[in-house]
Design a binder for this molecule. Sequence first.
Ligand SMILES: *Cc1c(COP(=O)(O)O)cnc(C)c1O
Length: 382
Amino acid sequence: MNRSWLEVNLEQLRNNIRALRASIPSDTEIIFVVKADAYGHGMVPVAKAAAEEGVRWFAVAYLESAVKLRAALPDVDLLVIGHVLPENAETLLTQRITPIVTDCEHGLALADAARELGQTLPAHLKVDTGMGRLGVQWDEVAGAAKVFEEAGGLELTGACSHFAKVEPKEPASALEQSKKFNEALAHLPEGLFTHLSSSRAALFFPEWDFDGIRQGIVLYGYGAGEPEGRFHTKPILQWKARVVQVKSVPADFAVGYYGTYRTEYPTQIATLAVGYADGYNRALSNRGDVLIGGKRCAVVGRVSMNWITADIGPDADVQVGDEAVLIGEQGDEAIWANELSKICRTIPYEILTSLNASLERKYLQPRSTPATVLDFLHGTCS
Ligand SMILES: *Cc1c(COP(=O)(O)O)cnc(C)c1O
């Protein structure tokens, strides 16, 4: 098999969940955000492992993802943190999926649809406290709640908001948002399931835990590296590719489209079967590194659609078929998505969600590990 592949370490995911849980109060619910196919890791296997580890709540962006997750996990709580169309009310009800109410009109339309089905739809009210995206404006919550109450058909079971900026050194705007959220809650019935914090807020501000925390990136192992944070997690995904050709080249040899790289000295160029179509960002041309033979090697020349080229040096003993690491560890070296994201002037989230959905994802260390998988772990993957 020559195409690149992903290895997702589910035991490390469980470790991350345990680290998070150990640092928060026992009655604080973890809402695991598995939108965008679990940030590129593969939603169903990742959510199943998390559910085995005791996570009860999962959040996705689209209803179709929630339906897919429901089929795999009949007993968990599912929240759609995007906009669900009122025409999907029946699916929400039959599949026990909780939508958020994104504004007053949306809430009324959902209520209408539920009443037509002779039912009452549980929903969480999204409050816009400063993100300026989805949600009822915080100072219009009292009015909206009254309108929903009179309409019938909708039962608010929770309320949530989302931070636009969380910086421990500049907490003013987040503090303002948390105050607005609290003011909005004062106009809502007691006993709602309340949640505000995403990863960065949970890391640095325990006072905003409310009843639950919506956690994405930290459970995938990014963003929780600062020593001052409440918990620490490690990446769970590695991305590997095969060397498909090694060639010895002289000095002043042009590599790739438009010859943007010329060798300075005689060396060897390894061609790897991975490119921007697989999610390897083109901005890594002449800038990224890969790990081959336990060493960091520069990506030289332009990243093309399905291949990249790396300078492995004149003396490297690298063979066709050898494993190269694009994200992950090899020998004493490591390259993680945050390194790539800096080069690409983006965030680890985008690096991870750009991983082509059709790449093979191998799930390592599922809970009941059969001997064959252990052989694999201790053999080819060591
Ligand atoms: C994506 C998202 C999250 C998770 O954010 P992380 O930074 O990955 O923890 C939480 N809440 C909402 C509304 C989101 O859209």
